[in-house]
Design a binder for this molecule. Sequence first.
Ligand code: ADP
Ligand code: MG
Length: 690
Amino acid sequence: MQINDDIQYLKGIGPKKAKLMYGLGIHTVYQLLTYFPRAYEDQSTLTPIAALQPGDRATTAGTIVSVSDRTGGRGGRMLILTAMITDGSGYLTVTWFNQKYLKTKLKPGKRLFVTGKVEYAYGGRGQFAMSQLNGFQLLGENDAPEGHTGILPVYPATEKLNQNFFRKVTKTLLSDLPPLPAVIPDAIAAKYHLLPLEQAFRELHYPPTFDALKAARRTLAFEELYLIQCGLLLLKKQAREQEHGVRHLESGRLVKSLESSLPFHLTHDQQKVWQEIQHDMQAKEPMRRLVQGDVGSGKTVIAMLALVKTVENGFQGTLMAPTEILASQHYESFTQQLGPLGIRVGFLSGRLTKKKREEVYAQIAAHELDIVIGTHALIQEGIHFAKLGLVVTDEQHRFGIAQRAELEKKGTLTPDVLVMTATPIPRTMTLTVYGDLDVSQIKELPPGRKPIRTFVRRPDRRGLIYQYVHSQLEEGRQAYVVCPLIEPGEETSSLPSAEEVFDELRYGIFRDMQVGLVHGRMKAAEKEAVMQAFYEGKIQMLVSTTVIEVGVNVPNASIMVIEHADRFGLAQLHQLRGRIGRGPYKSYCILVSEGKTENARERLTIMANTNDGFQLAEEDLRLRGPGQFFGSMQHGLPDLKVADVPGDLDVLLEARQAALDTLADKKNLPFLVPILRQQYHEHFENIIEA
Ligand code: ADP
Ligand code: MG
């Protein structure tokens, strides 16, 4: 038996079952080997029913005493099956949702092994329930409880190819494993303490202990990420070798005079990032760097330094912001700071008149502007830079990669690219996964920031909350009120929309104040006008949906109320909260939530307890799962079978380093490239061996 043989020739399968397996994408022996368990059932320790602890996960077993079914859920279309089991010590009610095929199988007298989260059941002592199952095994009265010791794999099974079938065939396969292709060079396997591949596969399916499982997963995740990183890095390298970048000189007089005219010293992190950027800009390859720093960490000044550096070298630079207001804020601070240094800064946005716009185009083409700041308008057809050296995009998540590429093409040499984002880890990691950008991080905030104090409050306290907000406005501060975006017709009509909150406040307790409203369905111009008025202090309170999320800088705004805070992810709440605490005032963020679910309560409590965006991003991942973050972002990347990014960040970073080491030696390519082409044909077929 060879690794690429058809699955139907494996013992215990045959053509009929094989056909069903093809349907699951399992054609070859190797594909079965990499059909990994989605969970495990720990049957090594059975807990007697009477000893179950609500809240714990446990495995227990008993004999079915009664079975019932009913329908429920929305529209009554959900089938709810329950079985009561007993082991003599107590009773446990087990519930399944929409498992139609079980209906005929659950019968009194059968034995049930079940693993899941223990819940309380009505009915007194010794009675428990389970409805969130990790796995179960149903045995006839006379069946021996198969494999009922040890940790058992739980495969993504189907009605016709059930759990026991998969367990049988993987066992057969693993007991006589065909030779596996060696992918990772021995030196790397040794350096990173990887297990032998056979052992890793065996123990991923049938781990002797959970520690062994962890080690097996790590080895296989490493192998997977290593290969993908090799492919991505090679692609990037080969693409770059065909480009001619701008080679900037060491920073000189102009950069130095900007540095000395700044009203503050760069923080340690800013300095480090600035070094990295200078290094990249001075290299002959085009820079592609992402600067990731929490809101308020001071990324703008870094962009300014880099732009001045390109100007010093006789090039033009451009800074693209996602919104009109942000762009004009940047324009203002750039002219103020750079005008005295003789640097010509221009502004371009879709809102300029056609005539004005064409004037700016002409100035850009004639190199009468050194730095151009703007919005999307910057990537319009018809703009031609005389000598573009650097492109900075702020808050890149509002821009598609494609748009960035478009801007890069506007010059003749490939300009350096700097991307700034406040979105913490997850996106950075996607980019690491893409192998597309190098990453710099600013982790510390500038000194002297007053941490924002965050509170979680129930809706019945809204009256008091807004009274407090009112008192802050009386002292001259400004406030944000954020509401989740509610589409018309959405079933959660109990949530007030931004419009309703706006009316409630401006006709109610805030009738003596100027209250503004912005939401995503307003025309851009209207939105900008309201934002501008808030920026200028003509409006004291701004009611909005999440359109304020990105970058608005109003240092006088010191209080934010977020209605229905549980509707937002942590990362998003953090972004929103980053709009306050930007000035010398004590700032407060009040999260209004009924906190109906445990998860919602936990998330908001975390928000109240930390201001650290990195920590929040990780908590968010933990609580919401990577799907929320990665949904469509992984598009275009090979599917990961074992590795879980960002969960396996450590492994990813190691694998990336190992890939860099491997690629540093050209001798490795003739070995590596054919494997990449074969295993990831779709993604890496263009890679060449030379
Ligand atoms: P963001 O990273 O969110 O873009 P900004 O660049 O807007 O942050 O910086 C936020 C504020 O911090 C600005 O007012 C800026 O002038 C100030 N700032 C930036 N760097 C420093 C520093 N090293 N020391 C003190 N203040 C700084
Ligand atoms: Mg910024």
